[in-house]
Design a protein around this ligand. Structure first.
Ligand code: GSH
Length: 312
């Protein structure tokens, strides 16, 4: 099998979700560190527009969004499972809640003036300003929590998670599932990146102990790689998806072969344009050709993404 190449950066919570899953499944992976803000020319050579972090590259296949990447990693290494029976639907629903409601409450709370001071303590003032401007542009059309509202929601969510830990070491039972990895990464951000704000976690000691268990999983076997090497891998590879479902499921009246765009519904609306070559129960695939990366297949989950035909 071609190497797993994770494009990510150290402070990215969604990347931490995947780094731990790679560790849990004992997978070896190559690490390409990407910028936290635009411009990201090397990322865009692979994705054609999608700019969020992380992405997983396997040869000339580029998988966007951690929800879809979890499915790819599950296919590659089914044991230990992220979706054990019974409770697999529950684990997925909790994960989706965590990647949206919990994540934004945690970010709204952690990015207070004190939290931002932690994050940018060693950086020149322009870095904090450029970051704030980048994230503001990404958030067009989004309602962001005000800090006090975020704090109230975050505290409630932590109490609920603490209740879930009454009966087991992990959120849906005795072993970690996708729910644990998704719930962990926003809290990891508060604890590691904004320590001045981490006192909130002390209100729920069971959650803190669970975080220690999650952190102990580690990141698997990582080797450093760079973007130029990764683009050369794409260029010399033939696309070959690992996603097993292929039955066409048309919800939009858009036939395969149509020129389309796919974009995140919120936060980072930059579209990727290409030829629609799969629209299944779970995912979309676009074929596109890039001057540097050659022909690549870019894969997106259906949930959270919009599909549109390109006019004319
Ligand atoms: N639903 C997406 C969310 C990804 C996301 O929001 N990632 C953040 C970083 S943790 C991001 O893209 N920030 C802007 C950037 O890195 O350019 C996923 O699961 O991958």
């Amino acid at each position: 099998m071609a190497d797993l190449i994770l494009h990510h950066y150290a402070t990215s919570p969604f990347s931490e979700k995947l780094r731990l899953i790679l560790g849990y499944k004992k997978l070896a992976w190559k690490s390409v560190i990407i910028p936290a803000i635009l411009p990201k020319p090397d990322v865009l050579a692979l994705t054609g527009g999608y700019r969020r972090t992380p992405i997983l590259q396997i040869g000339a296949d580029v998988y966007c969004d951690t929800a879809l990447i979890c499915d790819v990693l599950e296919h590659l290494a089914p044991v230990p499972s992220l979706y054990p029976e019974p409770g697999k639907g529950l684990a997925r629903v909790i994960a989706q809640w965590a990647d949206t409601s919990l994540f934004w409450a945690a970010m709204g709370y952690s990015f207070s003036a004190k939290g931002a001071a932690d994050m940018f303590a060693k950086a020149p003032p322009e870095t904090a300003k450029a970051f704030a401007e980048d994230r503001r542009a990404m958030s067009v059309n989004m309602v962001r929590h005000r800090p006090a509202d975020a704090a109230a929601a975050y505290k409630s969510y932590l109490r609920r998670m603490s209740d879930m830990l009454d009966d087991g070491d992990f959120l849906v039972g005795a072993y970690p599932t996708v729910a644990d990895f998704a719930c962990y990464h926003p809290l990891w951000f508060t604890r590691k990146r904004t320590p001045s704000m981490a006192g909130i976690l002390q209100l729920t000691p069971a959650v803190q102990d669970w975080m220690d268990r999650m952190s102990a999983i580690g990141h698997g076997t990582m080797e450093t790689f760079d973007a130029t090497q990764a683009i050369a891998v794409a260029k010399s590879s033939t696309p070959h998806t690992l996603l097993s479902d292929s039955t066409f499921q048309d919800e939009h009246g858009i036939p395969l072969g149509t020129r389309v765009t796919i974009a995140a519904e919120s936060f980072g609306p930059e579209p990727t344009e290409g030829e629609l070559i799969a629209a299944t129960r779970t995912h979309y695939t676009l074929r596109r050709t890039d001057p540097r990366a050659g022909t690549v297949h870019v894969h997106f989950p259906r949930i959270g993404y919009t599909l549109r035909a390109v006019e004319g």
